[in-house]
Structure formats: C-alpha cells, structure tokens
Design a protein around this ligand. Structure first.
Ligand code: F3S
Length: 391
C-alpha cells in the first residue's frame, strides 16, 4: 500500500502517539481490504458513543486517545448516546451510568467532535455533497449519504471512523471507488407510500438479499422514506448503498444488463412485518429511529393536537437530535403532553432493558435490534396505530 512521506512519518510516530495509532488502524484496514493508497475525507461521523455499547473498555480507549493528544481534523459528528443529557432521570437511567456517559461525551468534545449526538446528521449538522469522500459509521446514516446524496463512504466501525477523522484520510477501497458502486440486483418494489411501508420494504429487501447494492425501480422515496429504508436494510441485511431509479444521483451511471430482478411487494412486506412482531401489549412506545426530522415532528404534533393520552401505563418517548428539538418548540409542547421529546439518544443505545420488557416502534431497524440489544419483545407497526394504544 502506497503512503506519502508525510503519511510514513505519521505512521512512525513523529506526530504523536494518537495520530500514530490512528494511522496504524487505517493502514491495517487498507491492507485487509486491498486499498492502494489513502484518500482525503471531508467529514466523519462517529459511532461508539453510548456507555451501554462501549462500556469501560471504550471509555478507557477514548481517554487514552485524548491523553495522547488526539484531535479530529475534519468536521465530525457523533451518534446518539445512552441518554438525554438533561433528562436522563425521566429515562430511568442510574446516576452511575449518567456520569460515565457524560465523561464519554466530554472526551469526544476534547477531540473537537461536534456535540450534537444524532444518527441523522445529514439533515443539518453534517451534510456531505455529491462525490465527497467521507468516513461514516452508523449503518443507517452512511447508507443514506451513499444512496440519497451520492457521497462515498464504506461501512466504517467506530474506531475506524475516529481514526479517519483524526487523520482526515481513510483507506481508498470499497465504496470510494466508482466500479464498486455498481448495482448487483434489480428490485421491482411496491409500497403504499407511507413511511412505515418504506421501513418494511427495507426490512424485506435486507432479508432477501443480505448484502450487495440493490437498484430499486417503482418507488420514489422522500427524505424520511429513504431515512427509514436505509436503516432497515442495513439492519436486516448489511446493505451500505442502494440506487433508486430517478433519485440516486449515480443511478444512471451503470448498465443493468444481466442483473437478476426480484419483486418485493405486499406479500414480502407482510412477511417482514410478521418477523418483527413478537408482542401484543407494550410498556413503552419509542418513536424516532432514525431520529425524527422536523417534518416528522410537525406531522406527529399535528396528529396529536387536541387529543388526550388516556392509557397512562404506557410511556412514550420521541427521539430526535438536540438541533431538531430546539427548532420545533411548538411541536415539542404538543408532543410532551404524551411523553418526553428526548434529544441525542435513542431506544436502542439507551439501557431501556432496566425498565421495560415490551416496546412498540415504527422502525424496522429498532425492531431488529430491540430484541437482541435490549432484550425486548416488540410491536413494530405504523406510528398512528401505536398511538391508538394510548388513546
Ligand atoms: Fe439511530 Fe438509534 Fe435507530 S442510533 S438509527 S435511533 S437504533
């Protein structure tokens, strides 16, 4: 693998131990995946932010990086953390967890990472452009920016994305290279146009193909549709990029000759739905996976306005970024008659298993992870049906 003289110096430790460690990791990944060289990036998005998922080992790793002088050299955002920084008591979080979580956020801040913690930074805090090379972790977000924006990132892990952020470079392989962005299968898709049906479509396609790069025909996803579909396909499969005819900027760049075509419609969406639903009654309704957009906040507030929450036994959490929560003061007032609008956290990376056993969600991604990462039985259905549970 070719390294410039400056990159060799970084690898030799001439710029300090943190940059050396970062270079070692990026070079190791490059060698594993056959990269010929490194490539400059314009931004990074980091996962590994919740104390629940990284534990004391992760905290120590971050502490060591900070003590070694680590600093990010490109705009870098952070994934959701294990609690709302101000309202963690409402989430049944312990003092001990909160202290460790705040320490993790502080360490990232010391490295120069932006302090909004969201899985939808592409909606405001960190918006790549067509053709930008970036290093993003968070499977839903990286799939969105590859597919809807036409930025270029591999499916980075937390440490790999942090290393790339520190160097401002990543190994040049995989989805950074034109040829590897070629579709691998055509999907003739059908939805009923609702956001939830796009979530089920993502779930069904991930289940059907596992990995690869699907090329969708027959759909026209808006931002919120693509947001949930990206998340679902990355969770039920390992899809890091897809094309949608007429939507993905690069969709017309490749010949489709010889590709297999699969149909995914009502029957497959029902099967996906069946796979995700294991609970008939729930204790928590958790909305906002991926984090709610401004439009979703407006839609939810409009639906809830003038209604009453009658079933007090079921808690509701709305999860979004602190930016969106700040920008939606009117909507937040209406929504909080039903439950807290929590910022910079989510139902999967928070330790909800301490307080709940059965959770309702309108997200296929959460539907996949709540049983495995949070020991939950799940009701996965349309947001409006979930709201009926408490009215
Ligand atoms: Fe985001 Fe948490 Fe879902 S990080 S995509 S809300 S699992």
């Amino acid at each position: 693998m070719y390294l410039t003289r400056d990159e060799e110096k970084t690898l030799a430790g001439e710029e300090g131990v943190s940059r050396q460690k970062a270079m070692e990791l990026v070079v190791a990944l490059g060698k594993i995946y056959g990269a010929e060289d490194l490539i400059g990036i314009t931004s990074a998005h980091l996962s590994g932010a919740s104390y629940k998922t990284i534990g004391d080992g992760g905290l120590k790793y971050l502490d060591d990086m900070v003590n070694g002088g680590a600093e990010v050299s490109v705009p870098s955002t952070l994934n959701p953390v294990g609690m709302d920084r101000e309202r963690w008591k409402e989430m049944h979080i312990s003092q001990a967890f909160a202290e460790k979580q705040l320490k993790i956020i502080e360490l990232y801040k010391k490295m120069g990472v932006m302090s909004t913690c969201s899985c939808t930074p592409y909606l405001g805090e960190n918006v790549p452009s067509l053709g930008d090379h970036v290093a993003w972790a968070e499977s839903s977000a990286l799939s969105f920016v590859n597919s809807y924006i036409g930025a270029r990132t591999n499916r980075e892990g937390g440490p790999g994305a942090l290393a790339a952020a520190i160097l401002g470079k990543t190994a040049n392989y995989g989805l950074h290279i034109d040829e590897n962005r070629r579709p691998t299968v055509i999907v003739e898709a059908e939805t009923d146009g609702s956001v939830f049906s796009y979530s089920m479509l993502g779930q069904a396609v991930g289940m059907a193909i596992g990995g690869g790069i699907p090329y969708f025909k027959g759909i026209d996803p808006a931002v919120d549709d693509a947001k949930t579909m990206s998340a679902a396909m990355a969770a039920s499969g390992s899809v890091a990029m897809y094309h949608v005819e007429g939507v993905t900027p690069e969709a017309g760049n490749f010949s489709l000759d010889g590709l297999e075509t699969i149909a995914v419609g009502e029957k497959e969406l029902k099967e996906a739905y069946g796979k995700l639903n294991t609970a008939d009654d729930i204790q928590l309704i958790a909305i906002g996976c991926p984090h709610l957009s401004q439009k979703e906040m407006r839609d939810i507030a409009a639906f809830l306005k003038g209604k009453k929450k009658r079933n007090k036994d079921v808690e509701i959490w709305f999860c979004t970024s602190s930016r969106v929560r700040n920008e939606c003061a009117e909507e937040v007032k209406i929504m909080e008659e039903f439950g807290p609008v929590l910022a910079d956290t989510c139902m999967v990376v928070a330790p909800i298993e301490g307080a709940f056993k059965r959770t309702g969600t309108n997200s296929a991604k959460a539907g996949n992870y709540l049983p495995t990462l949070c020991s939950q039985e799940v009701m996965c259905t349309d947001i409006w049906k979930l709201m009926e549970v408490v009215m």
